[in-house]
Design a protein around this ligand. Structure first.
Ligand code: GDP
Length: 198
C-alpha cells in the first residue's frame, strides 16, 4: 500500500467521541516505550505524525489518524493494569477496554512487543483479553535492529511457545519490524490492504 495522505483527526479518552465515520479502523497498542510512535511514523512515512519520546507513558489518549482517506490508524495509549481483581484476572484501563469492547469500526489490533524481551505477563494477558473478546489481532515485534539476525527467529519462536502455553491453539500473525532500519513496513501495510480489500 502506498501512503498518500496521513492526517491527524482527533485525540480523546472517550470512545463515544471517536470519529463517527464508518471507515475501517486498525488499532496499535503496547506498553509504553515499545516503539509505537516510531512505528506509526515509519508506516505513514511521516517523522512527526505520532510523537516519539524516550519518556514512557506520554501518549494517554486515543489518537485517530486518517490514512489515504479510507481507513483509520488508531494510536492507543500504553496499557497497564487498572487494578488486580480478586480472581487475579487482568483489568486494564477502562477507556482502553471500552475502545475494544464498543468500537464497531475496529477491524483488527496490532499488539507491539519489544523483540529483545521474553514474553511479559501483561502483554500475554492483554493478548488473551483481546483473543477472548474475539478481536482479530497480530503481534508486531519492534526494534529488530537491536538483536542479531540469528536471534530474531529464536525470539519469535520463544514468543510463539509462550502463547501456546497460554492456551492459544494457533498463534496470531507475527510481524518483525525496526523503525530505525525501516524493516517490516511493507508487510504490515500489505496485510492491512488485504483485509481492507476483502
Ligand atoms: P512509544 O512510547 O511506544 O511510542 O515509543 P517511541 O516510539 O517513543 O520509542 C521509544 C524509544 O525507543 C525511543 O528512544 C526510540 O528512539 C526507540 N526506538 C523506537 N523504535 C526503535 C527501533 O526500531 N529501533 C531502535 N533501535 N530504537 C527504537
Amino acid at each position: 500500500m502506498k501512503i498518500n495522505t496521513a492526517e491527524f483527526i482527533i485525540s480523546n479518552s472517550d470512545v463515544a467521541k471517536c470519529p463517527n465515520e464508518p471507515l475501517p479502523e486498525y488499532a496499535f497498542i503496547g506498553r509504553s516505550n515499545v516503539g509505537k510512535s516510531s512505528l506509526i511514523n515509519m508506516l505513514t512515512n511521516n517523522k512527526n505524525l505520532a510523537k516519539t519520546s524516550s519518556k514512557p507513558g506520554k501518549t494517554q489518549l486515543i489518537n485517530h489518524f486518517k490514512i489515504n482517506s479510507n481507513w483509520f490508524l488508531v494510536d492507543l495509549p500504553g496499557y497497564g493494569y487498572a487494578k488486580v481483581s480478586k480472581k487475579t484476572k487482568a483489568v486494564f484501563q477502562k477507556f482502553i477496554t471500552d475502545y475494544f469492547e464498543k468500537r464497531e469500526q475496529l477491524v483488527a489490533a496490532f499488539v507491539l512487543v519489544d523483540i529483545r524481551h521474553e514474553a511479559q505477563k501483561i502483554d500475554l494477558e492483554f493478548i488473551t483479553y483481546l483473543g477472548e473478546l474475539g478481536v482479530p489481532l497480530s503481534i508486531i515485534f519492534t526494534k529488530a535492529d537491536k538483536i542479531s539476525k540469528g536471534k530474531i527467529q529464536q525470539h519469535v519462536a520463544a514468543y510463539r511457545k509462550a502463547l501456546l502455553a497460554n492456551n492459544w491453539e494457533e498463534t496470531p500473525p507475527f510481524f518483525v519490524t525496526s523503525s530505525s532500519e525501516e524493516i517490516g513496513r511493507d508487510e504490515v501495510l500489505t496485510y492491512i490492504d488485504e483485509i481492507n480489500q476483502d
